[in-house]
Design a protein around this ligand. Structure first.
Ligand code: C5P
Length: 469
């Protein structure tokens, strides 16, 4: 992956611009279909702000990737232009059958692998079609931004939303960003829309008193500190810090002392690269009044994620399009989602011994102890907190209604480099047992019939261990 692929991606973005521009005006009625998560919300907001500027009437729907019958229903709605964001590549057959066949225009702006057939009424932007990896080089919101910045330079302050989407999709690595993301972050800094610093990467660093920030931390989850207010208070007192100040108010010297004290508490975990980088590193803050919401970008993402977790993606969207009144409600949601995640991680920590090991994966059954929509995030946080060994992919299984199980899988970039692709493996194994799955090489999900769990796990193990990845 190099400059040539990034150029191809930019050219592909310009082709989408040529497709979209003639439709930005007149009486186009647009429908945006986007994913419920931070990346999907940020991507939809970037496009919405563009459409709004050109007086294009639009309607937004946040959903997990649509099933074929849902695409069929969508095709009956009276819109001229359908824009799929953070999905679409996996639904292209249904899009052809039910939307393009009706002579409607479609734009797919996605970073999931899929198919990219040509059609005169279809334009798409997907990093996988340009030799880039959609799991790390650019997110859906980065792709949407890459289009709108070519429509008009006035949309440039929205680059912060593109970086937020990438962070939301865990496309920031120990060494920073790669591919298009790297270009976008550098440009955002050069243009003065983003500032970088160094510090504790905890959610709440600008929003909550330090004791509360520590109590609620799940990224990383710090055993003995997370969920334990008296331990947090005593740590802060020992260091002589004001418990009611935020981390940013305490200043960088205090942050360093707190970091060292936390490292001292966690024992051997302090040598875990994963844990250390999750706790401490580059901080990003928004430096533009064009975006409302928290200034710290990780907190901004946490707000959008909280809206997703509590099935209120529309509220996150309202914040991302600049609605100041939506902020207060969204911040309250952040608080309750942090409490829920703390409880879920607490459950996991007390059930770590129930992880089962197979030759090619580690799995755990959550039953209904954790909301099935949160399982993937719980696994990601467990990995980042050094709670589970990451020598093979981890899989979480949760009840999803009486008939179905929700499966989430997480892997690492290192395993992906060895050719292990959980997205492909889940798609295959789920398909064999009558379910449906998919996703990226390092993060994927599936739904399968409940009674076929053991068969699914055996198949998944086989697919992951075989040459057929
Ligand atoms: O639900 P969870 O967070 O575990 O999902 C992980 C990833 O898998 C998400 O990026 C989601 O978009 C993707 N996915 C997919 N196709 C599916 C199910 C999930 O691409 N059928």
């Amino acid at each position: 992956m190099g400059r040539a692929e990034i150029r191809r991606f930019q050219q592909a973005a310009e082709e989408v611009v040529s497709f979209l521009k003639p439709r930005l005006g007149g009486d186009t009625r647009a429908k945006i279909i986007s994913h419920t998560d931070a990346d999907g919300i940020a991507g939809a907001a970037i496009l919405a702000r563009c459409l709004y500027t050109y007086n294009v009437s639009f309607n937004v729907k946040f959903t997990r990737p649509l099933k074929p019958d849902e695409v069929a229903e969508l095709g009956k709605e009276g819109h001229d232009l359908f824009v799929f964001i953070d999905q679409g590549s996996g639904q292209i057959e249904a899009i052809h059958k039910f939307i393009l066949s009706q002579k409607r225009d479609v734009v797919v702006i996605d970073h999931h692998p899929g198919e990219f057939p040509e059609h005169p009424n279809l334009a798409y932007l997907n990093p996988h079609a340009c030799g880039l990896n959609g799991a790390k080089d650019v997110s859906a919101s980065g792709a949407v931004y890459s289009i709108v910045e070519h429509i008009d330079r006035s949309f440039r302050p929205l680059v912060g939303l593109a970086v937020a989407g990438a962070i939301g999709d865990r496309q920031e690595f120990f060494s920073g960003f790669t591919g298009v993301n790297d270009t976008l972050v550098k440009r955002a800094i050069d243009l003065g829309f983003l500032r970088v610093g160094e510090g504790l990467k905890l959610i709440g660093r600008t929003l909550s008193p330090v004791v509360e920030c520590l109590r609620l931390t799940t990224r990383p989850y710090i055993s003995g500190i997370s969920g334990n207010p008296s331990a947090c208070r005593s740590l802060v007192d020992t260091l002589g810090l004001s418990p009611s100040s935020t981390l940013v108010e305490l200043g960088s010297e205090a942050e360093r002392r707190l970091r060292d004290a936390l490292f001292a508490r966690v024992g051997s975990l302090a040598t875990s690269e994963e844990f250390c980088h999750t706790l401490w590193g580059t901080t990003y803050s928004l430096a533009t009044e064009d975006l409302v919401g928290p200034r710290d970008l990780r907190e901004y993402v946490a707000v959008l994620d909280a809206c997703r977790d509590l099935q209120k993606s529309e509220l996150g969207f309202a914040v991302a399009v600049g609605d100041r009144t939506a902020q207060t409600e969204a911040l309250a949601l952040l608080n309750s989602s942090q409490e829920q995640m703390l409880e879920a991680l607490g459950w996991l920590v007390s059930h770590l011994d129930t992880f089962k090991l197979t030759p090619s994966l580690r799995y755990i059954y959550f039953g209904s102890a954790v909301n099935s929509a949160m399982v993937g995030e719980v696994l990601s946080l467990a990995m980042e907190s050094g709670l589970v060994t990451t020598d093979r992919p981890i899989v979480g299984i949760a009840d999803a209604g009486a008939e179905e199980l929700k499966i989430s899988a997480r892997s690492t970039p290192g395993l992906a480099m060895l050719g292990i692709n959980v997205g492909r493996a889940l798609a295959r194994a789920a398909g064999i047992v009558g379910g449906k799955g998919g996703g990226h090489d390092v993060a994927a999900a599936a739904r399968i019939p409940r009674e076929r769990m053991n068969e699914f796990l055996a198949k998944l193990d086989q697919v992951l261990s075989g040459g057929d990845r």
